[in-house]
Design a protein around this ligand. Structure first.
Ligand code: ATP
Length: 334
């Protein structure tokens, strides 16, 4: 069973004078994982609430598998929502029910048969086959979110919306929950939209990323494209918070206090970095790597190196000029 295809066409949502979502055009293909990232108030939650019809759009079209849900009756929206699972930052489990009975809840509402067997199957899928009798307060945060995921999957949704689903978890547990979401995506083919303010989450799970600022999607692309060539200032901030491969202000000040000239160079397989280093060293210039990192995303490697060059200025200028043609290079100055 394929995941849902989502298509935003010029979607807008106003709350009075606030444009929470402003003219968003975006397509999520079936089975894709989209990461939506932005700072608080950027419009991420509103965007997701439009998808399941909890908020209504002020303008534009929002198509799920080709059907526009804008203006749909509440009755029709309810059947659309049956195909959508949702998980939350605070898990939203019913504290008076055991884990199993939380998972069973949507099956009860749907009047499904063989509920016990389905519930056990779901608990096993999320790695909690032996915790069905536990109450939420007896479970760790990660286990609660696993119950939340099992509950969201109970009615066989084709789309899963995750609103800051790992924000209340520590890094290790976050990693485990993201792994589980990946398994959901791979094994069940479900489309997933993950809202987050952490670029590490996008990096470890998403195929595509949409960066939101003041209601707009200001940057969109594959995770590799956006991480390796961020365009907007907000995207650059998110990317550097995750990759930490460029010196921050304090580190730059420390590095600039020593002699030589500093360059931050983008590394890709075509950057020509090592050839340029060989040439400048032949001219007697010393080259030292002082900061940097290389990472692999979607099977492609890229990174940034900060190098200190000391020696003949015209040879260093030539190094700068040559690399400008093949990669991103910036000279750090005070
Ligand atoms: N029901 C509402 N009534 C009025 N304004 C709202 C409502 N919901 C959201 N907003 C406003 O819309 C804008 C976007 O809010 P939204 O919650 O979608 O952002 P967000 O990116 O999800 O932020 P956060 O990460 O803090 O949840 C904000 O300015 C917010 O104050």
């Amino acid at each position: 069973m394929a995941g849902t295809r989502i298509e935003f066409r010029g979607v807008t949502k106003d709350f009075g004078s606030v444009k929470a979502v402003d003219d968003v055009t975006l397509t999520v293909e079936p089975g894709e994982i989209l990461g939506v990232i932005g700072y608080s108030g950027a419009g991420k939650s509103t965007l997701v609430r439009l998808i399941n019809g909890l908020d209504t759009t002020t303008g534009g079209q929002l198509l799920l598998d080709g059907t526009d849900i804008v203006g749909m009756s509440e009755k029709k929206l309810r059947s659309v929502r049956r195909e959508i699972g949702m998980i939350f930052q605070q898990f939203n489990l019913l504290s008076s029910r055991t884990a199993a009975r939380n998972v069973e809840y949507p099956l009860e509402i749907a009047g499904a048969k063989d509920r016990k067997a389905r519930t056990q199957e779901l608990l096993e899928f999320v790695g909690l086959g032996d915790r069905g009798k536990s109450y939420p307060e007896q479970l760790s945060g990660g286990q609660k979110q696993r119950v939340g995921i099992a509950r969201a999957l109970a009615t066989n949704p084709r789309l899963l919306l995750a609103d800051e689903a790992t924000s209340a978890l520590d890094p290790e547990t976050t990693h485990e929950v993201l792994e589980l979401l990946r398994k959901v995506n791979r094994e069940l083919g479900i489309t997933i939209v993950v809202i987050t303010h952490e670029m590490d989450v996008v990096r470890s799970i998403a195929d595509k990323v949409a960066v939101m600022e003041a209601g707009r999607v200001v940057e969109y692309g594959s995770v590799y494209e956006v991480f390796s060539h961020p365009q907007q200032a907000v995207t650059k901030r998110f990317v550097s918070s995750s990759l930490r491969n460029t010196p921050d202000e304090v580190e730059s000040d420390d590095l600039l206090a020593k002699p030589g000239r500093l360059f931050v160079v983008g590394l890709t397989e075509e950057s020509g970095f090592f050839d340029a280093v060989s040439r400048v060293r032949e001219a007697g210039v010393s080259v030292n790597i002082v900061h940097g990192g290389v990472t692999t995303l979607q099977k492609q490697s890229f990174g940034k190196m900060t190098v200190r060059l000391a020696g003949d200025d015209s040879a260093i200028d030539e190094f700068h000029r040559t690399l400008t043609a093949t990669t991103e290079i910036t000279e750090l100055t005070r």
